[in-house]
Design a protein around this ligand. Sequence first.
Ligand code: ATP
Ligand code: MG
Length: 263
Amino acid sequence: MTLLTVRGLTRRYAGLVAVDRVDLDLPARGVHALIGPNGAGKTTLFDLISGLVIPSAGRIVLDGQDITALPADARARGGLARTFQAIRLFGAMTVLENVLTGLHPHLSAPLPAIVLHLARLRREERNAVARAHEALALVGLEQRAGERAAALSYGEGRRLEIARAMAGAPRLLLLDEPAAGLNPAETVSLGVLIRTIVAAGTTVLLVEHDMVFVMGLAETVTVLNFGRRIFHGPPAAARGDKEVIAAYLGARVAARFAAASPP
Ligand SMILES: Nc1ncnc2c1ncn2[C@@H]1O[C@H](COP(=O)(O)OP(=O)(O)OP(=O)(O)O)[C@@H](O)[C@H]1O
Ligand SMILES: [Mg+2]
């Protein structure tokens, strides 16, 4: 069964095509990786799938429903969640409150309803708090629920972002470089967490530069370069693919040139 279908997805910015006619089919199970050199369009593809950026062309279908025209909160209710490449937490709020913000699209609380259905809404709030605690337990932060998010270490902040995304019980979770900045022990436990999430039935699509991490975790790899999909298949085959090697080698050589050029 296919969970996510992307067809001809394109995002143009002035003079640049960030995502260029990308097709993608993700089965409803497992871990899938999206890789490619810096600027390849990985985050933009996540922005398009999650509804933060409007496509210039193309279609996105989640679980049989065309979500291309839906706003981000409707996509969240449809089973989509994501984390961000740079951590986006509310430092002054508690750990628990940060997770509750992830449930916002899932709550039904316009003001007249609050006035008319106080009892039901209290129930809904209790339910949301319970779900938030469950999500914190999943990532091993339940003991920190009452602390300010700013008190967390960087690695714990990354886990909190995952808890916030998981609170709504998504069918598809998009993780944008979840291992970036983690130490080796934190990276190993992130791998365990992702496996736990997948075993519980959520499909994971992750962007990651750490190839060892990707190879050990992902069943399929999609490679982007200059916005174009240049490979889709098993990780082992990606390593031997000429176009993939050229894309990475090209990026590395370009980076070396930039580093070597005088200021
Ligand atoms: N809002 C925007 N306006 C103009 N150009 C943009 C915008 N967002 C992204 N881009 C450009 O689109 C291209 C793809 O960027 P994107 O952030 O998707 O790449 P990425 O693969 O996630 O890179 P990285 O590995 O560095 O995170 C880049 O050239 C980037 O500068
Ligand atoms: Mg990115």
